[in-house]
Every structure is written in C-alpha cells, then in structure tokens.
Design a protein around this ligand. Structure first.
Ligand code: NDP
Length: 456
C-alpha cells in the first residue's frame, strides 16, 4: 500500500477547507452548501482517524473527475430552432460506473449539477451497490411542451450524451423533469445511434428492460427509511399528519405509501402553490391526482378545485400543523424561518425525499431542537438502489417480481439506516445524528477504495 511521504496528524479545519473552495467557486452556492454539510462531520472524523491522514481526501472528493458540457440545438414541431445547454458531471468512479439522474429544468447549471453529483457519490456508496456518482441534465424546460417537442429535445440531447455513457461507464436515470416518457425517448435514440440494446439508462419501461418498483422506489424508500427511524422511537404512522411537498415522482409514491400505512397526508404542492387536505388524502383522491399529474400533466391547483380543498397560492406546505414532514420537491425549499414555524407547529421529524431540500441553518436548528432529521443521501437512496438492481437485471437478462424488488428495497433502506446508526449514534444518549451517520458511512467506503486504488 502506498503511503503519503509526510503524514499530517491534524489536517484541516472545516472553515480553512471551505474558504479555499469558496475562493475557487465563489458563485456555486448550492455546491458549497452540500460540501459544507458533508465536511462539517467528515473533516472531524478524518482528523480523529490517523489512517485517513495525509491523503488529501477532502480535496480529491470535492473535484469531479470531469464536467462535460455541450450545446443542444433542436427544432420544435413548429419549425422554430432552440439552443439549450447540456451537461454531464462525472463525479467519482471509485466503487462502480458513474450513476446518477438527468434533470431538465431551467435552473440547471454547473452549480446545481455539482451539488447533486457530490451528494450522489455518497448516496450510492450507502446503497451498498457498486455505483459511482454522477449527475447531468439541461436547462431545457419540459413544462408546457408537447410530446413531440419533448421527443425532439431528448433525441438532440442524446446525440451528444451517448459519447460519454455506457453500461460499464456511466448509466444516467431520471430526476426533476425526466420521467418514464423522457427516458423512453432518450433510450430509443441511444439504441438508434449505437445499435446496442444495453442497460445504459435506468427507469426504462418494463417492456424494454425496466425494473418493477423503480418508479415507486424513491418515495417508498423514503417512507421505509422513516419507518426504521420511527421504530427506534416507538412511533407509528397510523393517524399521523404528514406534510408532503411536490407532486412529482417522489412525492406521488411517498404519499401512496404513507396512505397505505394509515398516515394522513395533509398537503401536496407544485411550484405554484399547495393543496391543504385537513383530513388527509384518500386513496381515491390519490388515484385522481396520479392521472392529473402523469396523464394530463395538470397542476396541483386542479386537485384543490376538483375536491373543494383549500389552495394556498404561492405558498409551500410548511405553515400547516403536522407531525412529520416529507419535502419531496426541490433543493432549499425549507428555510430557517420555515423550520422555526414547523417546530412551533409540532413537527417531530423531517425526512428528505428531495435532494438538499433543507437549508443548512434549518438543518442545524432541527438538530439543536431535537427534531429527527434524515438527509436525502440516506432517505432518498431507494431510487438509485433500485436503479442499481435494474442494472443487475439487465446484465443477467432477467426480471424480478414486484414482491422481490420491494423486499430488496426494504432490506436496502434498513441497511442504510443501520449504517447511519453505526456511525451516527451519540454516546451520551444513544440518539442518532443521521447527518453524521450518513455522511461518515458514505465517506468510509469511498475513502477506502480511493486509498487502495492509489493517486489517480
Ligand atoms: P419531478 O419532476 O417528478 O417532480 C418535481 C416536483 O417538485 C414537481 O411537483 C415540481 O413542481 C416541484 N418543484 C420543482 N421545482 C420546484 C421549485 N423551485 N419550487 C417548488 N416546487 C418545485 O421530480 P422528482 O419527483 O423526480 O424529484 C423531486 C426531488 O427528488 C428532486 O430534488 C430530485 O433530485 C429528488 N430525487 C429524485 C429521485 C428520483 O428517483 N426521481 C431520486 C432521488 C432524489 P412544478 O411541476 O411546478 O415544477
């Protein structure tokens, strides 16, 4: 085993490290936030573990292996030409091929994709499956576009992206704005260009290599993870009021699982507003919402109108009284002042379905006030875990049943929870700091692989 020539006993403080990174990337606020949250627990861990000294692990982990950006020119169905930016951030490949979603949203830029790619590295490590971390996407806005336009854009995007991906190299999936429809068009184009029918994307349709439970996996997984947290506290879902934000893929299936477990989902939302359902959403209302969102591509306001619920225009759900919160929409959707209000309203646990939906100050507040808080890299890892199992099924040319995949998802979420307890349990009262647990558990596996593979 190689060793650094000069082992430093105490390497960094978090602020020293972050200052250098802030100088290098002053405008990348989301990326800096994600790195700071991680380093606040990992740098002290490195400092107290000499086996990690001197390898420059923090520096090596925060720089992506490469950041690919490209122009996407495409013509809409009316003949108008559009130009978008496309990206793939291949962050870390130490424990497996690059793996992570594609996001189509007007806010996509290097900052957003670096934050997501960085988180993905440690999330994938936590799943225990052999997957490196990546993220990609475009500033293309699918909202209001026709199916034809979506297809044309996806084809133009893949015409460039295909050069950098492959089943043993980099396997993208969905994220905001990229669901089954987009993955279908992207896959069709990949196959057309390369003449290969391989597991190069996950989230595929069932008829061409997709896995059962993949659409449900992130939302179900977050609720399974919450179940593990609540078991430790002796809490139950039955009758508990839950705030859910978002009404996309993750929110939809978190809501379904919460309803199945007897919880009362009192809110869903989109970027225009929130629907407030005081008695909790019923199964029938959920089914109506699924058609509204996935077939008619409608807005959450229509759910409120149809069932006579209160619609809180321009508002997020965080002012509503509830027991638990499941933010499932987007980054930084819970501010410090939202967190103050949630605590006043009696929220006892916050479980992230989205990536980094809670601002760092609010995370600290939840921690200090004893609100149970699960970071997305642990609680929303179910999606990528089942993507990993989709890759396995593709390689083995077989498909597991719904029950088999759901059982594997439960096992993986339980295992991630166990890792959080292992590295995050506090000696004084045996409470679990899930931020500490998830980040250190994710780090250890990557760091050990990185050290073993030499300076590359
Ligand atoms: P979708 O595109 O299916 O849904 C996103 C939802 O969030 C929509 O309801 C959308 O509303 C809302 N939203 C998006 N941006 C904003 C905003 N700025 N303010 C308020 N609401 C907003 O995406 P997913 O459900 O797939 O992803 C949601 C989150 O979960 C993201 O953070 C993603 O990174 C994370 N995630 C997703 C995984 C997956 O498997 N899909 C896996 C792990 C994490 P509107 O329609 O108005 O834009």
């Amino acid at each position: 085993m190689y060793a650094p020539t000069k082992r430093q006993e105490k390497t960094y403080t978090v602020d020293e490290f972050m200052q250098k990174l802030e100088q290098r990337y002053p405008l990348q606020k989301n990326y800096l936030q994600a790195v700071r949250e991680f380093m606040e627990v990992v740098i002290p861990f490195i400092n107290s573990n000499p086996k990690y000294h001197g390898y420059k692990l923090p520096e090596r982990l925060v720089e992506p292996d490469r950041l690919i950006s490209f122009r996407v020119s495409w013509t809409d169905e009316k003949g108008e030409i559009h130009v978008n930016k496309g990206y793939r951030v291949q962050f870390n490949q130490n424990i497996g091929p690059y793996k992570g979603g594609l996001r189509f949203h007007p806010t996509v830029n290097e900052d957003i994709l670096k934050f997501l790619g960085f988180e993905q590295v440690f999330k994938n490590s936590l799943t225990t499956l052999p997957m490196g971390g990546a993220k990609g996407g475009s500033d293309f806005d699918p909202k209001g576009k026709t199916d034809n336009d979506i297809m044309r854009f996806c084809q133009a995007f893949m015409l460039e992206l295909y050069k950098y991906i492959g089943p043993d190299r980099d396997v993208p999936a969905g994220d905001i704005g990229v669901g089954g429809r987009e993955i279908g068009y992207l896959y069709g184009q990949y196959k057309k260009i390369t003449q290969q029918h391989v597991g190069v994307l996950t989230g595929k349709g069932l008829s061409f290599g997709g896995s059962l439970i993949r659409p449900e996996a992130t939302g179900y997984g977050a609720v399974y993870f919450a179940g593990e947290m609540f078991n430790r506290q002796g809490w139950e879902f039955e009758g508990k009021k839950c705030l859910v934000s978002g009404s996309g893929n993750v929110a939809q299936y978190a809501t379904e699982k919460l309803i199945d477990l007897g919880a009362k989902v009192v809110s869903m939302s989109d970027s225009n507003g929130t629907v407030f359902m005081p008695e909790g959403m019923t199964r029938e209302q959920w089914e109506w919402m699924m058609i509204l969102k996935n077939e008619r591509r409608g807005r959450i306001e229509e759910l409120a109108e149809h069932f006579g619920f209160v619609y809180l225009e321009g508002q997020r759900p965080w002012g509503i009284k509830a027991d638990f919160a499941f933010p499932c929409a987007t980054q930084n959707e819970i501010s410090h002042s939202d967190a103050v209000q949630m605590i006043e309203n009696g929220v006892k646990a916050v479980v992230e379905g989205a990536n980094m939906p809670v601002e760092l100050e609010a995370v600290h507040l939840f921690h200090n006030k004893g609100v149970l808080y699960a970071p997305g890299k642990a609680s929303n890892a179910g999606g990528v875990a089942i993507s990993g199992l989709e890759m396995t099924q593709n390689s083995m040319r077989l498909s597991w049943t719904r029950k088999e995949v759901d059982e594997k998802l439960k096992d993986i979420m339980r295992d991630i929870h166990d890792q959080c307890v292992k590295y995050g349990a506090e000696a004084q009262d045996n409470s679990v700091n899930y931020v500490k647990g998830a980040n250190i558990a994710g780090f250890v596996k990557i760091a050990d692989a990185l050290i073993t593979q030499g300076v590359v």
